[in-house]
Design a protein. Structure first.
Length: 61
């Protein structure tokens, strides 16, 4: 009976850890999409960002 209880608790713990990992992955994807939308809204499309960037040679006197 103890072995069954230990195995069930171990199984429950593993499923809980897996659930946390999956939820964390989903949260990271949402965060990436939110950040991408924010940067596109504030800075424009990614292609425009590179055209507005200046290299170090352009800042030299």
């Amino acid at each position: 009976m103890r072995i069954l209880m230990i195995v069930s608790l171990f199984s429950l713990a593993l499923s809980g850890c897996f659930r946390i990992l999956v939820d964390g992955e989903v949260a990271m994807e949402k965060l990436k999409k939110t950040n991408q939308a924010y940067y596109e809204q504030t800075l424009g499309a990614p292609d425009e960002d590179f055209s507005r960037m200046k290299g170090p040679a352009e800042f030299e006197d």
